[in-house]
Design a protein around this ligand. Structure first.
Ligand code: WQD
Length: 349
């Protein structure tokens, strides 16, 4: 017997997985997390417990091991849906180690899909990325934009993952899948109890907050000679809690059988293009911290400009991107301050 509130989240100890669990629990769902903690951290699940007052069970299992993965489903009958976040996601690392990315990101997805079929679980949300668009010709980019050549093995695994989900959700099988293409998730839960945990981040916003708090002595802007309004790259930054809520809405949409197709794809972006300099200025304004940055060479593989057309998710899922750029910077900064406070408290004990 399915429990419509029982959801399995893979990668639940990660940045987006953890924030999504917080939103799912706030909306009455009961969560089982599966995370091998190779990238995620129990700190995330402990933070969720502080926010919700409820413990989240995590299975420390490598999803590339089919037997161990199947055992989780045997122990937890009645799961109504799965959200699959678990994957490696560093673009530069994927360029250095493509086979590691193909093995991990593809094998884990195939195993989870096989468990869904074996346990008659018919609602599946796949964590995808705007990186499937590459350098889109038309902006803002819509879901029907052609998939361009992947800029990295990481992006390739997202394109392959989407196609595997599409092939598996043929009409004859009752299996429903929603592909969510994230633009640039940033920020942290307003409580500052959870946020992005990256010791040596590559993404812009954690690099900014670590520079501002003194964990790094400076940072670089990777190129200011692009054909954009101020020469720096344009991205669609979206608050991680807006991304989280879209997963809740996608599950509710499928479980209530409102979906008209077996496989549907949605862009998750604010719809606003923001340059690197504009984001830095917003951070300095909100935090009151002057950032020590230099302009350096372009970063290979960077897309010049990309931002979302988010009409489809707004109209069909009833989803809104509620957080402003200032709120993204404020929550990111408050999370960095909270981590510093915890480190200092730990030194005293
Ligand atoms: C944003 C902009 C950099 C760091 C990544 C992943 C993508 C997706 C979203 C998962 C770029 C510039 C950055 C720095 C800088 N992830 N920058 N100095 O590359 O747009 O996308 O996150 O789905 O797959 O690639 O994000 O934050 O790395 O870069 O100037 O120290 O900031 O050049 O223009 P990106 P990012």
């Amino acid at each position: 017997m399915k429990d419509p509130k029982k959801i399995l989240v893979t990668g639940g100890a990660g940045y987006i997985g953890g924030h999504t669990i917080a939103d799912l629990m706030a909306n009455g769902f009961d969560i089982i997390s599966v995370d091998d903690l190779s990238r995620g951290s129990m700190r995330m699940l402990h933070g969720i417990e502080k926010i919700t007052g409820r413990k989240v069970k995590n299975y420390k299992v490598d999803l590339c091991n089919l037997e161990d993965t199947e055992a989780i489903f045997t122990e937890n009958p009645g799961i109504a849906g799965i959200i699959h976040f678990a994957a490696y996601k560093s673009v530069p690392e994927s360029v250095r180690e493509p086979l590691k990315y193909f093995r991990n990101n593809i094998n884990s997805l195939v195993n989870v899909l096989q468990c869904a079929r074996e346990n008659n679980i018919n609602h599946f949300v796949f964590s995808s990325s705007c990186s499937v668009y590459g350098n889109a010709e038309k902006l803002p980019v819509s879901e029907d934009a052609p998939q361009r050549e992947a800029e990295s093995p990481y992006a390739r695994t997202k394109q392959m993952g989407e196609n595997i989900c599409k092939d598996f959700s043929v009409p004859t099988r009752k299996f429903n899948v929603t592909l969510l293409r994230y633009f640039n998730p940033v920020g942290a839960h307003p409580s500052a109890m959870i946020g992005e945990l990256q010791l040596i981040p590559e993404n812009l916003v954690p690099v900014i907050t670590q520079t501002a708090i003194g964990k790094r002595k400076d940072m670089q802007i990777f190129g200011n000679d692009y054909p954009t309004r101020d020469g720096t790259c344009v991205r669609d930054y979206i608050h991680v809690m807006d991304i989280a809520n879209a997963h809740t809405k996608a599950l509710q949409y499928m479980i209530s059988e409102k979906n008209t197709e077996r496989c549907e794809v949605f862009n998750l972006g604010s719809g606003n293009g923001v340059t690197v300099l504009e984001l830095i200025n917003a951070f300095e304004k909100v935090s009151g911290q002057k950032l020590n940055y230099k302009v350096g060479a372009r970063r290979p593989g960077d897309v010049v400009e990309v931002y979302a057309n988010n009409d489809k998710a707004r109209k069909i899922l009833g989803w809104e991107a509620k957080y402003s750029l200032d709120e993204m910077m404020d929550t990111a900064w408050r999370w960095e301050l909270e981590m510093k406070k915890e480190m200092e408290a730990a030194k005293l004990n």
